[in-house]
Design a protein around this ligand. Structure first.
Ligand SMILES: [Zn+2]
Length: 1096
């Protein structure tokens, strides 16, 4: 009988080992004793109990007995360590048993040696978790009279019925064990909606369901740069769809975690094993069929993928990644695929579709998320601090409490660093900051918010171990850390983008990456990246010291650098042309037949060559995409140049560049007219393999630094391509491009006075000032033999800067926006003027299309049954009297003054939405709570009269008061006897995604033209960026905005706010709206779409 709440196994284990000997036999025996004590105290994981742990008969072994929570005996296992002197780091465990083990148990015990080296405690925990999953699946199929889920059969289809737990009484159930608390789910659904996400309820039959949370993919671009999204996975923005988190394995139990994020008791009783899946769905939630198909597939997959089987035996080297499913969308996008393979496209659009980051995010959520969350709550940390704590716990095997005691400052410094980070990234609102800490955690909301955070920051973390990357370069695309284990797993588990998809969708880019790698290796480029850490086994003709295996292959990582280069080149030369691969992958196949695998194309190609190919593609953290559409291409560049869109640098690079431009514009009128310059950066072909991966412009100095330290740019492309970027001498046998020269075209902040040098080259030492836009590649393979010969061989004429270049051509397509180029620094290639399409144009077109397609979400009946479980909570209770404690000298609310101010108020807005209503309830509650908690109203600075909260949530009355008494406005208020500024706040139906409208009702301020200030418009509305469509963020709280408004009114710059002589006459709604519109127009701020409707 479980007599008390099962605690977290890890913590029980952890509390007993601070004095542990460091390693070896003593540590092994010590840990057995710890585990034994923990077992006596009662260790339970997901419905399984550890009955006992004891030293085994054989030296270096121990026995453990396991039973179910209901008392049913499972097995006694003997666990043997390979070498106790290596424990706890370089050993292996093996497992045996005297018992006749059920299949699901032996499947787990047979693979225990694959789990790597861990402590006894950790190994037991994994063992129990795996067994629990086995129990869960075996129960489904077992013939059962002793099963504890008979209710599956007896229960009616009402999931809300609590009597499903009747038979739990026999198992020692206690109050609170009810399986499904519908009102808790309703509350959580409403909170999810309030955060702007979409919850979903997916019932399966009688007694199980899955839950989902999603966000329209187009909304990702509101907080993550579209450039980054496209680089991570083009599919994210390829059609109208949702980023969806699916939570399954709940077995009808909700909520499944407590207030501290530990599992509820019901979880243990019912063998719940929650699983998170991340994918793209067409609707706001997957269909029942798609959800169950996804869960079924997952069940078949190795769940402990962080510890893979050492040899990849019969498994296909590249797992099916549904690369063919993407064809239809790609064809729509760019016409990249010619649709050779024929399958009905409708099927393709359906389903729960993984994208390039799915498997990494899933492993993070399933493997670490709950513990990170538990640490966050227990130690009051932020996400970054809790993650650091977990990595420390896992790395040192010390208890979390000890680490917090000894290294708290270090752990917390991660949270501080995170605060700084949040200035350049838009991180999602954090639901843990404003929750009721006594109630079960809204795990769906918190998990989705965490998912959004990690998606936003994905290039900063290793795709495999999830820890922050130590690299000092900021990559655009996520990759792995330099640990060999991570590199190995990345390539063997096929994390990250699918090679097959890249071959089908971007064959020209794949060919370029392989060709550049080859040139770099063949021509001995210094620090050219090599495919180390992947466990490659290769031929080597120089007979190195490293020993051969039985196939006569050598371990790649043990070769000399020169042998590595030669071996890699030889492997690349064995690869067939990329076009053949594409054809092979896209060959028509019969329905039901397995997808073609790359390796089947040519059996003579060694495994390692395919791995090198994957490495060439996956290790490129820049974004390279062939520009096929005429309108995307730079104009006046000869046809012998292939153009690629080229982005390097962190996702926030664009934002940093914009800031640099704004600063330049503040000091230079020239920059106001022409914000950026464009110039060429050339380098020999052999260097680009490294540049594309490292983006280290500074390192690229092979051709001297005659004009100072920095990145060199030429104003004429011919200079970059001829004198500086020596052509390649070598070529991959099957290269389609046969690349000879590469040159990047970059945008630079137009402030040449701050460059290191400007003549004859631009030399720029501030990397924030440079943003790469294009890569131009010349290759003999790109020349179309049928093209007119006049363009095919441009001759190089040294450019004379004293001459004016020829005037720009007039007969160009003007239907697309071009970058205005500063005529003082003409951009030319072989003396021809170059025109550059606005780089954001293509992205904006895609985003506009996605916004256009978006269909407002209609919750289906299953979800509505959750939303309607109870009548919506009443937003407020009227409070009879001011409950605020009065402190002497504190500010006092004057009811009469406010009533006068709201006399002519127009009725509240008529538009509403479920999402806004829930968000407003939450905001109102938070605001009143803060007001009640305030020790002094004077310090608070604002006041919301509770008796004036009407029936309509969309219209609030708030006062601002207690301005610094030295301010002119404070003096004016005192002179006129004005107690407070009375504000009306009107909320649109799009709240919290659309900003609320703030206006002063009374008193009237002096207009700007008459010498007034304080960011108040002539009509009494607030002239502030953060209240417009551009500046608004859904995460802003009303009280934070009130403080911002108070600051704006207190601002003396450019002029202090003053009261008008007719201060007593209230502002009207129309003048307020006009004032807002005028101010927005003056500043170029975007007016919210629904703005006009706010007055209705
Ligand atoms: Zn790693």
């Amino acid at each position: 009988m479980p007599s008390k709440r099962p605690s977290n196994f890890v913590d029980i284990m952890a509390t007993v080992n601070p004095d542990a000997p460091a390693r070896g036999r003593k540590r092994f025996q010590f840990d057995i004793r710890c585990a034994s004590q923990a077992a006596e105290q009662g260790v339970e994981v997901q419905g399984l109990r550890l009955l006992s742990v004891a030293p085994g008969e054989e030296d270096g072994s121990f026995d453990c007995a396991i039973a179910r929570s209901d008392g049913e005996y499972v097995a006694t296992l003997t666990i043997l360590v390979s070498d106790a002197s290596e424990y706890p780091s370089d050993h292996t465990f093996f497992c045996s048993s005297q018992d006749d083990l059920p299949g699901y148990v032996s499947r787990v015990t047979e693979t225990i040696h694959e789990d790597g080296s861990a402590t006894i405690q950790k190994t037991l925990m994994r063992l129990l978790e795996k067994l629990a999953k086995g129990v869960a699946t075996s129960k489904k199929t077992a013939q059962s009279d002793d099963e504890d889920d008979d209710e599956d059969i007896e229960d009616d289809d009402d999931l809300g019925a609590y009597d499903v737990d009747d038979d739990m009484g026999m198992l020692g159930a206690q109050p609170g064990n009810s399986k499904f608390d519908r009102t808790a789910l309703q509350r959580h659904f409403n909170e999810i909606v309030a955060y702007g996400y979409y919850p979903g309820f997916i019932p399966f039959g009688l007694d199980d369901f899955a839950l989902s949370v999603s966000l329209p993919a187009k909304s990702l671009a509101d907080t993550i740069s579209a450039r980054a999204l496209m680089a991570w996975d083009k599919h994210l923005l390829s059609r109208a769809q949702h980023l969806t988190l699916l939570v399954s394995g709940l077995r009808g139990v909700y909520p499944f975690v407590e207030h501290d994020a530990t599992f509820t008791q019901s979880v243990h009783f019912h063998g719940v094993a929650p699983q998170f899946r991340v994918g793209l769905t067409s609707d706001y939630k997957p269909t029942k069929e798609d959800a169950s198909e996804t869960i079924r597939k997952y069940g078949l997959k190795e769940e402990y993928d962080a510890h893979p089987a050492p040899e990849p035996v019969q498994e296909p080297l590249y797992l099916d990644d549904d690369y063919l499913d993407y064809e239809d969308s790609s064809t729509d996008d760019v016409g990249a695929l010619n649709g050779e393979a024929t399958e009905d496209t409708e099927e393709h659009a359906a389903g729960f579709r993984p994208f390039s980051l799915s498997s990494s995010l899933e492993s993070l959520l399933n493997g670490h998320f709950l513990r990170i969350l538990q640490f966050r709550i227990q130690y009051k940390l932020g996400w970054a601090g809790a993650e650091r704590l977990l990595w420390e716990v896992e790395g040192t095997q010390q208890p979390a409490g000890d680490i917090m005691r000894l290294r708290e400052a270090y752990i917390r410094s991660e949270d501080e660093a995170d605060m700084r980070l949040s200035r350049s990234y838009v991180l999602p609102a954090d639901p843990l900051l404003e929750r009721d800490t006594t109630k079960p955690v809204n795990i769906l909301l918190v998990a989705f918010s965490y998912l959004m955070r990690r998606l936003t920051l994905c290039p900063r973390y290793c795709l495999v171990c999830h820890q922050p990357l130590q690299e000092d370069l900021d990559a655009l695309k996520p990759y792995v850390c330099s640990s060999k284990l991570c590199t190995y797993q990345y390539y063997t588990l096929n994390r990250g983008p699918s090679l097959e998809y890249e071959i089908c969708a971007n064959p020209v880019t794949v060919d370029l990456l392989v060709s550049l790698a080859y040139v770099a290796l063949a021509e001995g480029a210094p620090d050219a990246p090599l495919p180390v850490g992947m466990g490659l086994r290769v031929e080597c003709r120089t007979a190195p010291v490293a020993s051969k295996d039985y196939e006569g292959l050598y371990e790649f990582d043990q070769l000399s650098p020169n042998d590595m280069r030669v071996a890699t080149m030889q492997l690349i030369d064995k690869l067939p042309p990329i076009a053949d691969m594409k054809k092979h992958l896209q060959q028509p196949r019969k329905a039901g037949r397995a997808k073609p695998r790359l390796q089947d194309l040519d059996k003579a190609v060694p495994e390692a060559a395919w791995s090198v190919l994957r490495w060439c593609v996956a290790s490129c953290t820049a974004h390279l995409e062939e520009l096929e559409l005429e309108e995307d291409q730079v104009k006046n560049i000869g046809p012998e140049w292939k153009q690629f869109r080229f982005s390097v640098g962190a996702p926030d690079a664009e934002a940093k560049y914009r800031q640099a431009v704004e600063r330049a514009q503040a000091e230079s009128p020239r920059a106001r007219q022409y914000p950026s310059l464009y110039a060429f950066h050339g380098s020999p072909a052999k260097n680009w393999h490294s540049i594309i991966r490292h983006g280290l412009w500074f390192k690229d100095v092979a051709h001297g630094r005659a004009y100072g330290h920095g990145v060199y740019f030429a104003k004429d492309g011919a200079i970059s391509t001829s004198s500086y970027s020596a052509g390649a001498q070598s070529c991959w046998r099957n290269s389609a491009s046969r690349v000879t020269n590469c040159v990047a075209l970059a945008e630079i902040v137009n402030l040449p006075s701050k460059f290191v040098s400007t003549n004859p080259y631009f030399v720029v030492d501030k990397t924030d000032w440079i943003i790469c836009r294009y890569l131009l590649v010349k290759g003999s393979g790109y020349v179309n033999p049928n093209a007119s010969t006049s363009n095919s061989a441009p001759s190089y004429h040294p450019f004379n800067y004293t001459n004016q270049p020829p005037p720009p051509e007039e007969n160009v397509d003007n239907s697309i926006p071009y970058v205005p180029l500063d005529p003082t620094h003409p951009l030319t290639l072989s003396q021809k003027w170059i025109r550059i399409p606005e780089p954001t144009h293509a992205l904006e077109k895609i985003l506009a299309a996605r916004r256009e397609e978006f269909i407002p979400i209609n919750y289906d009946e299953d979800d509505l049954s959750i939303f309607d479980a109870l009548p919506p909570a009443q937003p407020t209770q009227r409070v009879e009297e001011d409950t605020v404690m009065t402190i002497a000298d504190d500010w006092q609310h004057d009811r009469e003054w406010v009533l006068q101010a709201i006399e002519h108020l127009i009725p509240p807005p008529t538009e509403s939405s479920i999402q806004a209503t829930t968000a407003l309830q939450r905001e109102l509650k938070a605001l009143l709570k803060e007001q009640k908690a305030a020790k002094s109203l004077k310090d608070l600075g604002w006041y919301m009269p509770e008796d004036l909260i009407g029936d309509n949530l969309y219209q609030w009355i708030v006062e601002l008061h207690s301005f610094d008494k030295d301010l002119p406005i404070a003096k004016d208020m005192q002179k006129c006897g004005v107690n407070s500024l009375v504000f009306e706040i009107r909320f649109p139906a799009g709240f919290p995604h659309a900003p609320p409208f703030f206006r002063i009702l009374k008193p009237r301020f002096l207009g700007f033209s008459q010498g007034g200030g304080g960011h108040v418009t002539l009509g009494g509305s607030m002239c502030m960026d953060l209240l417009t469509a551009d500046g608004w963020l859904p995460s802003y709280s009303i009280s934070a905005i009130l403080l911002q408004i108070k600051l704006a009114i207190s601002n003396l710059d450019p002029k202090p706010a003053r009261l008008a002589s007719n201060w007593d006459s209230p502002y009207g709604m129309q003048e307020a709206m006009e004032g807002y519109r005028r101010a927005a127009m003056t500043h170029g701020w975007k007016i919210p779409q629904s703005f006009d409707r706010i007055a209705r």
